[in-house]
Design a protein around this ligand. Sequence first.
Ligand code: PEP
Ligand code: MN
Length: 344
Amino acid sequence: MKGSKPYIVAGPCSVESREQLGEVVQALSQVPQVDMVRCGVWKPRTHPGVFEGNGEEALQWVKEVRNECQGLRFCCEVARAEHVELALRYGMEGVWIGARTTANPFVMKEVTEAMRGCGLTVMVKNAPSPDVQLWIGAVERCRQVGLKDIVAVHRGFDVFMNGGYRNNPLWEVPIELRRLEPDLPILCDPSHIAGRREPIAALTQTAMNLGMDGLMVEVHPHPDKALTDAKQQITPDELKGLLDTLVVRQTDSTVADGQLQRLREEIDLLDGQLLQVLAARLGVASEIAKVKERDNLAVYQPKRWEQVLQQRKLTAAELGLATEFVEEIFEKIHAESVRVQLGK
Ligand code: PEP
Ligand code: MN
């Protein structure tokens, strides 16, 4: 799935009828960047008593619709062994594991066992909590049963502060996943992160700027009439506009040009200076520890620390640095200074 162009999965949150599926697939087949159609046939709903997908009947519609347009691959969500068996029986090329399934190792075991040795593309969404190990654990379960085409999907996280989105993107989590699993392709699902249409374009561009490998986007022919996730679905035309304007960045910068090389050398130099200054500062802290001991003064002096922090924040503002950033750094430096003074 890692390729020169981003891998694009697009399609409705839920397959609602034969007509809706036919209409959206027909439109998506006219968008050249699209590789795979997502078809939600079993929907994990928060509350009972609402539309939960059309199940096997929807798979039958997928089978019929795919005959009308060649070239596209199809995928659906699976959360049970039985779902996997049906997905395979109806000829799906891919499946995705939903966020709430990734979070449950018992279910992951059942679902991956049902996929043992098959050729499906398996897309593993992150669990709702920002726990990179839970995400990796689910990927490992896929590897254990011999799956070869495994992809991670970043769909944001349920955290207390969601940053104005349905799910907070917490980009540092997929960045950490990339560090730990450099060969695992990562798609971004801007639809479930955003929860509404407006931020989707900006989120997809951020995903590309971070070097992600593709997108999973919810697309519906008439989003406002959608039975699930109506607010966040976009039309095939909107998807086309979005993909046509997306700037895709090179992920391999080892072949950097001379200017980038020079700037990186400058960064290396400055980082060296930063570390020398930090070492010198902690050396002074050790001296201070001796003076405080001699004069019988407590190591932690709240008034002095408050003054230091306020002063550093003022200087930061004058230098055009974000004060929260500088505050965080100085809190870490101060904690280290206290640790050194306590001789720990
Ligand atoms: C979905 O993709 O339709 C879905 C239910 O997503 P998630 O598991 O990310 O909530
Ligand atoms: Mn959805």
